[in-house]
Design a protein around this ligand. Structure first.
Ligand code: NI
Length: 171
């Protein structure tokens, strides 16, 4: 199974809105397998299809310490949000080595299809709840840096563009 290339901010493809998955078929299962491999290799806790330039509503996550509890969310929908808010230092595989505080709901209930195409509902809290909201943002073309001030966002954009240029020169 191949690892996929992760798009880096400010790539405009990160802002595309993903379409619902029409059928959970072999193609989607292969995508899920490749996304999991890519996420584990990059040591991330979550990855949205948008980040690998596939614009369909697919998310993979693993927020376990042991890194052996993959979670697959296809066509996810948040059906309940708790009132309590929580501020977490977030990072993103598409915004490497940048971390900043984002406010999210502390608890969410999400409904999705699993990789067999069956509907399930899950109550998420803590890191898992934050991760669900972060990854679902990706599916609507939103990167976490958009919650930061314009000044911070511009600095991040400049830093990542510079880094990309240097990487290109080194290659
Ligand atoms: Ni992300």
């Amino acid at each position: 199974m191949p690892q996929l290339t992760i798009l880096h901010y400010p790539d405009p493809r990160l802002h595309r809105v993903a379409a619902p998955v029409a059928a959970v078929d072999e193609r989607i299962r292969r995508l899920v397998a490749d996304m999991l491999e890519t996420m584990y290799a990059a040591e991330g806790v979550g990855l949205a299809a948008t980040q690998v330039d596939v614009h369909e509503r697919v998310i993979v996550m693993d927020t376990s310490e042991s890194r052996d509890r993959p979670l697959v969310l296809i066509n996810p929908e948040i059906v309940r949000r708790g009132e309590e808010l929580v501020v977490t230092e977030e990072g993103c595989l598409s915004v490497p080595a940048i971390y900043d505080k984002v406010t999210r709901h502390a608890q969410v209930t999400v409904r999705a299809l699993n990789r067999d195409g069956d509907t399930f509902e899950m109550d998420a809290e803590g890191l898992t709840a934050v991760c669900v909201q972060h990854e679902m943002d990706h599916l609507v073309g939103k990167v976490f840096v958009e919650y930061l001030s314009a000044l911070k966002r511009d600095r991040i954009r400049t830093r990542l563009l510079k880094r990309a240029r240097e990487a290109q020169k080194a290659a």
